[in-house]
Design a protein around this ligand. Structure first.
Ligand code: C5P
Length: 477
């Protein structure tokens, strides 16, 4: 079996691949896999939809028009430094020029060699560097960047920055720059919650730094969880793109997007309920991607353990009936994406008091069907969103069942995914989806849920660009 090294392809092909990958929210490797799969199936490869003219908006720093934006990536010394290596790849896939600076501590986690190889540029580590061709290297690095990203931004690095210390290359660059700075904090939750870190963060934000994350989740330390995980590379890239093109309208600017997410809880009595294993991760990722694409987002969420996606209006509900009422109240919308795993049934008469054990045996619970929110909205005569998308979580005959659902519910697209326990999709971070429309089935490669969300937004924006949905919901309202 022959193998292919993307690094060895010629520059023009690599540039085209990076652009396609960036548009579809895939890695370059995944993009190549999609192209090969399509070619093997005898289809002409379909380029993912382009976001409308990204080149329209100027980058903030003065540089030769057309030259790639230049990022200085400062890698701090934390376990999340390994994710900075992926970040370098993601930035370069988007055609950005990356120069890496590693602190002393960072070099305990990743090497200048690996960062330099991924950036295709020598890495900088020392304030007084005899090899540097620069006279005052830190000043040049600080000034030649369009944006400085600090990832991971450790508690120590942020403390130095907040206090104007400049005793190593990273802190000297941060003190010497007038460019925008994006911090991706990462640390143990106790360190993040410490009053000193909070003071430093507040100071840095007041001084103009932009911040992405940290996220909630498991820590590297055993049995530690909380807020402190570094934002994922694609989240950092999205934040960087917003800073580099602050005035660029997002692909969904001016559109209203309505999303349902999570499970519903159907009461049995005041303390018990029927639920399912939905984590809400895919719906929340879609809400974040829609916000990033410039949409006005309403997220109607069942009970989940996830941080609010910044920038979305969140309506919290418990039951399917409450979810339907919240969805109807949120209309009109241009796009409705129903990712929630709504309970099909509820207990016909939930107990007003806690049901007690009795000698007569177990209580008989009579179930009654819940309203189908997706079908109700898709079949409305008035105020039907022009693009209604449902999800189909299946454990067998994934595509067949989803096609039947598309017809039965009357929506425009169904996103089908395999949620059998072996797939690890329910509660996991990755997803493999099939986009089912009346025109056919697109099977996408496995991706992180946030990549699925970004690619879906690009796909939606592409569809709207081809079939501009009559006046946006705002104008109809
Ligand atoms: O019929 P099924 O539950 O498999 O359909 C899944 C799709 O329908 C999802 O988009 C889900 O959000 C939506 N749905 C709904 N209301 C229900 C059941 C499902 O909106 N009561």
């Amino acid at each position: 079996m022959a193998s292919l090294t993307i690094r060895r392809l010629d520059e023009a092909v690599k540039a085209e691949l990076r652009l396609r990958a960036a548009r579809s929210g895939r890695s370059v490797e995944d993009e190549v896999r999609v192209i090969l799969r399509e070619a093997a199936a005898g289809q002409a490869p379909v380029a993912p939809p382009a976001e409308p003219s990204p080149a329209r908006a100027p980058a903030p720093a003065a540089r030769t028009p057309g030259a790639p934006a230049s990022i200085v990536l400062i890698i701090g010394g934390g376990i999340a430094a390994y994710k900075a290596l992926d970040l370098i790849r993601r930035l370069r896939e988007r055609g950005l020029h990356v120069r890496c600076v590693l602190t002393q501590a960072a070099q305990q986690f990743v090497t200048p060699l690996s960062a330099g190889a991924l950036a295709d540029e020598r890495c900088y580590t020392d304030l007084f560097d005899p090899q540097s061709e620069f006279d005052a290297g830190h000043i040049r690095l600080a000034r030649e960047a369009d944006l400085i990203i600090v990832a991971p931004a450790t508690a120590d690095l942020m403390a130095k920055m907040a206090n104007g210390l400049a005793n190593d290359l990273a802190s000297a660059i941060l003190l010497a720059t007038s460019r925008p700075v994006l911090l991706a904090p990462a640390m143990n939750p106790m360190m993040w919650a410490n009053a000193a870190t909070k003071r430093n963060m507040a100071r840095l934000v007041a001084d103009g730094a932009a911040v992405v994350g940290p996220n909630a989740g498991e820590m590297a330390e055993t049995n530690e969880a909380g807020i402190g995980r570094m934002a994922e590379p694609l989240e950092i890239v999205a934040a960087a793109e917003r800073l580099l093109r602050p005035h660029a309208p997002g692909a969904l600017a001016g559109r209203r997007v309505l999303i349902t997410a999570g499970p519903t809880h159907e009461p049995i009595d005041p303390v018990r309920y029927i639920a399912n294993r939905s984590s809400g991760k895919q719906g929340y990722a879609i809400a974040a991607a829609a916000v990033a694409a410039g949409a006005e987002v309403t997220l109607v969420s069942g009970p989940v353990m996830l941080p609010d996606p910044p920038g979305a209006r969140i309506v919290r509900v418990e039951t399917a009936r409450d979810m339907l009422a919240a969805v109807e109240a949120a209309l009109p919308a241009d796009i409705a994406v129903f990712t929630a795993a709504v309970a099909d049934w509820r207990v016909a008469e939930a107990g007003a008091q806690k049901i007690k054990k009795t000698a007569q045996g177990s209580p008989a619970l009579t179930l009654t069907e819940n309203p189908d929110i997706l079908a109700t909205i898709a079949q409305r005569r008035d105020n039907r969103p022009p693009l209604v998308i449902g999800f189909a979580a299946e454990t067998e005959k994934v595509i067949g069942h989803a096609q039947a659902k598309l017809a039965r519910k009357g929506c425009d697209w169904i996103i089908a995914n395999d949620v059998s326990p072996a797939s690890g999709v329910m509660g996991g971070d990755r997803n493999t989806i099939h986009v089912i429309t009346r025109d056919g089935v697109e099977s996408w490669p496995p991706m992180a849920k946030d990549e699925v969300a970004r690619a879906l937004m690009a796909r939606i924006a592409g569809t709207l660009a081809v079939n501009p949905a009559a006046p946006a919901a705002k104008e109809r309202a």
